[in-house]
Write a protein that binds this ligand. Structure first.
Ligand SMILES: Cc1cc2nc3c(=O)[nH]c(=O)nc-3n(C[C@H](O)[C@H](O)[C@H](O)COP(=O)(O)OP(=O)(O)OC[C@H]3O[C@@H](n4cnc5c(N)ncnc54)[C@H](O)[C@@H]3O)c2cc1C
Length: 598
């Protein structure tokens, strides 16, 4: 039996009571995504992830990737599982029907992604990058490019990559120097080197479609001079069959701390010829816009990685805590060792994990639903509102989700004691795997700057003010004894969020102070937003509880207690964060680099 249990009941709860799947299914675009159909689909997806994918996780970690004669060899089990993934069409869930996709809401596709991430994070990165490439191409590619490439990418028969990073161009994407020169036949010749390219080379698919940022000869400096190109590993003939090998090669595969089986490649373009053949995607010098289409999806996807891996580590820690006996718990009979789950400190760790996993799942799913509404709602005003909401949520999902991924997998290691530090237990892998997520897809520091620099100022701050007012409505609606402390703590945390938001908005002329407070503010805001979702969950659980029995009743009781724990023990962190947000940059720059030394 798999050691991963797909969190189907919680996903159903979030679909129904937090993310509004039923409302999405009322829209013409998603009429086929009724909750019953989706429940069956997600159950089947969970079975695939738990039974087929999860058992490959350890092999991937141990085997890693091997580069032989320019080819990257992945663990043996990956090929079989990838074929099953393509055959079942899991990668196509959200993509346009025109190219073979299922056109399910992103919300539904993301539930699948969460389970795939949890089952095997390294494996899931191939599909994540392919999905992003499909979005970029379907929004910005010419009809010819779409017809040639999308059907096979949507099905997963061909995979996709995202090539931004170069040694001198990491967070600073505008520093990209890869060159693209127009050829006589309307194509381009690409030369340059990209580093850290996920699934840049592998044997799982017969072709790999690279999306590459490069500069045209007349490009202005910075991000305004970057164009996007499609560079296939194998050129595609007019009849759709694979033609000559393109001049793109994997030079090295990085040795990493985690996600061992995800090939992180140094890619060379145009080393053997006058350049790899590339096709322009979108308008010249407009590559960043196209790339953002890809990155926004990937940012939410990476946020989900944190949630997913924390959940898998939680499941493992929970099992261990019931099996491992040490010490005598308070009130236990003398002479017996108690399961460590009976110790208050271990309970504290488990509850810390459970509460924040549930809160961050709510946020990431609500984020996906906002994207769906922004895409498919018939009312322009609703579309516009939800686009702004999704823009606000995305840096929170990415940075908070992934920071929690690292923190909570670390807690899971702690619950295992010394065994947590030993590779055989398997929990150390989750911790190592989780560590990349705050770094790639825009570091979490960059997410925080995006939040305070671009998202808070929407409508001169009025958008975020009305968003906070909506959260207050949730708090005000918490009635009765059982919700009283949740209401008190949420109201208090909302006051802190409102004050810090106003402080940041009032400091707009002092950019350094705003940037200095960005990361603690992101944490503060995400913690409060998560708290509002938990409060809503508690309210629903209370409403449904009296009619429920057995396991359903236990589940709803647990929702209430978990929300109360979150309100009383997680939300008060906002007070410490407030001081960090408003401390200004003074002390950050008070010491010279020499004084920062020993
Ligand atoms: C395993 C792995 C897979 C990856 N996959 C891909 C991929 O598929 N495609 C791809 O293109 N790239 C990929 N990357 C690259 C990844 O996106 C970058 O590593 C990341 O964007 C950070 O860039 P950097 O490493 O150059 O760090 P730097 O940009 O040098 O950042 C170093 C530190 O400085 C901070 N910093 C930098 N600039 C600022 C600023 N303006 N303000 C405040 N702080 C700042 C950062 O937050 C960070 O803490 C991958 C990386 C890894 C390790």
């Amino acid at each position: 039996m798999s050691d991963y249990q797909p969190p189907l009941r919680d996903i159903r709860f979030v679909f129904e009571h937090i993310a509004g799947l039923r409302d999405l299914a009322q829209l013409d675009a998603y009429a086929h995504a009724d909750p019953e159909t989706v429940a069956g689909l997600v159950e089947e997806a969970g079975r695939f992830c738990a039974e087929a994918v999860a058992p490959t996780n350890r092999e991937g970690d141990v085997h890693g990737t091997v580069l032989r004669d320019g080819e990257v060899i992945l663990p043996e089990s990956f090929q079989k599982v990838y074929s099953q993934y393509v055959e079942a069409g899991w990668g196509a869930l959200h993509h346009p029907a025109e190219f073979g996709g299922g056109e399910f809401p992103l919300l539904v596709a993301n539930a699948f992604k969460e389970m795939l991430n949890a089952a095997n994070l390294a494996f899931s990165l191939g599909p994540l990058l392919t999905t992003g490439a499909v979005y970029a191409l379907s929004h910005h590619g010419s009809d010819e490019l779409k017809q040639t490439y999308l059907p096979k990418m949507v099905s997963g028969e061909w995979s996709g990559t995202m090539n931004l990073t170069e040694p001198q161009a990491g967070s600073d994407v505008g520093a990209v120097t890869t060159k693209a020169v127009p050829a006589d036949d309307g194509t381009y010749r690409i030369t340059g080197q990209k580093i850290f390219i996920t699934f840049g080379e592998h044997q799982l698919t017969e072709n790999i479609i690279h999306l590459v940022l490069a500069r045209l000869p007349d490009a202005p400096p910075g991000t305004k001079g970057i164009s996007l190109f499609l560079v296939p590993k194998f050129l595609v003939d007019d009849d759709g069959s694979l033609g000559a090998r393109n001049d793109v090669t994997c030079v090295t595969v990085e040795h990493k701390m985690g996600i061992m089986a995800s090939p992180t490649c140094v890619m060379a373009y145009g080393e053997q010829t006058d350049g790899a053949v590339g096709y322009l995607v979108g308008a010249p010098h407009d590559g960043m816009r196209a790339m953002f289409t890809m990155m926004n999806d990937a940012r939410l996807g990476v946020g989900l990685e944190g949630v997913a891996i924390a959940d898998r580590a939680y499941q493992q820690a929970l099992t261990y805590a019931q099996d491992r006996r040490q010490g005598r718990a308070v009130g236990a009979p003398a002479g017996e060792q108690s399961p460590i789950i009976m110790h208050a400190d271990v309970r504290r760790m488990l509850m810390t994990m459970k509460a924040q996993i549930e809160a961050s799942r709510c946020l990431t799913y609500a984020n996906a639903a906002a994207i769906d509404l922004a895409h498919a709602h018939p009312e322009p005003a609703t579309r516009e509102y939800n686009q702004k909401l999704a823009d606000l949520y995305t840096p929170l999902s990415k940075a908070w989700g992934t920071d929690l991924g690292v923190e909570l997998t670390s807690v899971a290691v702690q619950i295992h004691g010394g065994m947590g530090y030993i590779e055989e237990s398997g929990v150390a892998q989750h911790y190592r795997d989780a560590r990349i997520a705050p770094i790639y897809e825009g570091t979490n520091g960059i997410q925080a700057i995006d939040l305070v620099g671009r998202k808070l100022p929407y409508d001169n701050g009025d958008f975020v003010r009305s968003f906070i007012a909506d959260l207050r409505t949730t708090a005000d609606g918490l009635a009765g004894e059982e919700l009283a402390s949740i209401r008190t703590h949420l109201t208090d945390a909302l006051d802190v969020l409102a004050e810090t938001t106003e402080w940041l908005l009032s400091q707009r002329d002092d950019v350094q102070d705003v940037f200095a407070g960005a990361t603690p503010f992101l944490r503060l805001m995400a913690t409060v937003v998560g708290g509002a979702f938990m409060a809503r969950s508690a309210q629903v659980a209370l409403e449904l509880r009296d009619d429920a029995a057995g396991e359903e009743r236990d589940f709803l009781d647990a929702k209430l207690v978990t929300a109360r724990f979150y309100a009383e023990q997680v939300l008060p962190q906002v007070h410490g964060l407030k001081h960090q947000v408003t401390a200004t940059a003074r002390d950050l720059f008070a010491l010279s680099p020499a004084q920062l030394g020993l």
